[in-house]
Design a protein around this ligand. Structure first.
Ligand code: PLP
Length: 442
């Protein structure tokens, strides 16, 4: 019999919890990166969090640079978000019927992001990209989707694909369990490669339903969309897709409401539009939410009015919409100003500590979104990103963890800040940086 509720039993430590987890949860985690696979060691189990701080099962405190991989942009346990969720919970956890929060969140998102006329809420970023893909295929009557190496769009079968042997050839499964037939309808190109895209469209344009891209790649580290001859890469993608009757799906699950108030789209400049956009993370404020949206004419193809089936028992959940609305309400100009200042301060401090220790590095950013690569040349593609000193990152990571700063446990991830990363909190990071940079240099 479990004695977990006996107050005389000491709370389990992180090590004990991980040992138990390994028996009943594959690799002890419910999402792979949490297992510390690429940096080694065991992950601390977090029992509470407040503002920019995490507390683990061993009573240790960390400055959190992960922010639950993006959603916690107002910091953990933000009082207004918690209160909104508490109030919603008191009125019922799920109705399986329309509820006012869905309308409010849809109105909020469509008013904040120009290309959005209608949105549908789902429960994760993965669901958002999966549904957007289905909608794009239905709208165009075509099968092929183009994605870029190093861009992550969740664990959708068709998007877990790796480049085939030639530029215009179909992709190979990117995970066991993804069938060759599924991968066959995906083409994977190097990020930013306009020539490869043009060549592909000249050969197979009539088969292509959509290009999907991270609006600002951040899952291979942050790679700002390159501007060439005055034209940003996202706009180039939209123009290329539209000229061939295909759609552009801009994935803002990570960058949305984080790179800036209007995500990467707000940074890219006016005069063009993606056809569909996907969101997640920030718009749920820490509860499971995703969304996809675009022009009403496309979105009307969804069931029940249209032929594209898409559904969800918990979609538009009242707690999730309450958390999302409270989070968006806190994201005013002052909030972005605070995050932007913190982001610049961290970028400068990390670059200067690594430079002082003689560690090759490049800091890349778009808006307030940034990451650090352990190499001395800029990163434009996934091939570039893979060519970095991950061992140096691992030493840097563990030194910071030791000193009470929790970075994302991989050299390929963005660092996430919040309005709660005050100067006082950041001082803890700044004090820890010289020793971490020295460790990285060894
Ligand atoms: N798209 C992007 C750009 C992401 O960064 C992620 C997750 O990190 C996803 C989609 C998938 O979202 P989720 O993990 O909520 O399924």
């Amino acid at each position: 019999m479990s004695n977990a509720s006996d107050p005389r039993t000491p709370a389990p430590t992180s090590a004990e919890l991980f040992e138990r987890a390994l028996k009943v949860i594959p690799s002890g985690v419910n999402s792979p990166v949490r297992a510390f696979g690429s940096v080694g060691g065991n992950p601390p189990f977090i029992v509470s969090a407040s503002g920019a701080l995490l507390r683990d099962a061993d009573g240790r405190e960390y400055v959190d640079m992960v922010g639950s991989w993006g959603p916690m942009i107002l910091g953990h346990a933000n009082p207004s978000v918690v209160e909104a969720v508490r109030e919603a919970a008191g009125k019922g956890l799920s109705f399986g019927a329309p509820q006012p929060g869905e309308v409010l969140l849809a109105e909020e998102l469509t008013s904040r992001v120009r290309p959005l006329e209608q949105i549908r809420l789902v429960n994760s970023g993965t669901e958002a990209t999966m549904s957007a893909l289905r909608l794009a295929r239905a709208a165009t009557g075509r099968d092929v989707v183009v994605k870029f190496a190093g861009c992550y769009h969740g664990h959708v079968d068709a998007l877990l694909a790796e480049a085939g042997s030639g530029v215009a050839t179909f992709a190979l499964p990117g995970s066991a369990g993804v069938t060759a037939a599924t991968a066959k309808d995906t083409v994977v190109l190097p990020y930013g490669d306009r020539e490869a895209l043009t060549e592909l469209f000249s050969q197979r344009g009539g088969e292509i339903a959509a290009i999907i891209t991270e609006a600002a790649p951040a899952n291979m580290g942050v790679v700002p969309p390159p501007v060439q001859d005055g034209t940003g890469f996202n706009r180039f993608l939209a123009d290329t897709a539209h000229a061939a009757g295909a759609l552009l799906i801009s994935d803002e699950v990570l960058s949305g409401f984080r790179a800036g108030a209007e995500g990467q789209y707000g940074i890219d400049g006016e005069g063009w539009e993606p056809d569909l956009m996907t969101f997640g993370k920030v718009i749920g404020g820490g509860l499971p939410v995703g969304a996809f949206g675009g022009r009403a004419e496309l979105m009307r193809l969804l069931a029940p009015a249209g032929p594209v089936y898409q559904a969800g028992t918990l979609s538009g959940n009242p707690l999730a919409t309450a958390a999302g609305l409270a989070t968006l309400a806190g994201l005013d100009d002052a909030a972005y100003e605070t995050i932007s200042r913190a982001s610049l301060a961290v970028q400068e401090a990390v670059a200067s500590a690594l430079a002082d220790a003689g560690v090759p590095h490049v800091v890349q950013s778009t808006g307030t979104l940034f990451s650090v690569f352990f190499r001395d040349q800029p990163v434009h593609t996934y091939e570039d990103a893979k060519d970095q000193n991950t061992e140096a990152f691992t030493r840097f990571f563990h030194s910071l963890l030791e000193q009470g700063v929790h970075l994302p446990p991989s050299a390929f991830e963005a660092w996430f800040l919040s309005t709660a990363h005050t100067d006082q909190v950041l001082d803890r990071l700044f004090e820890a940086l010289p020793a971490a940079a020295k460790a990285a240099a060894q």
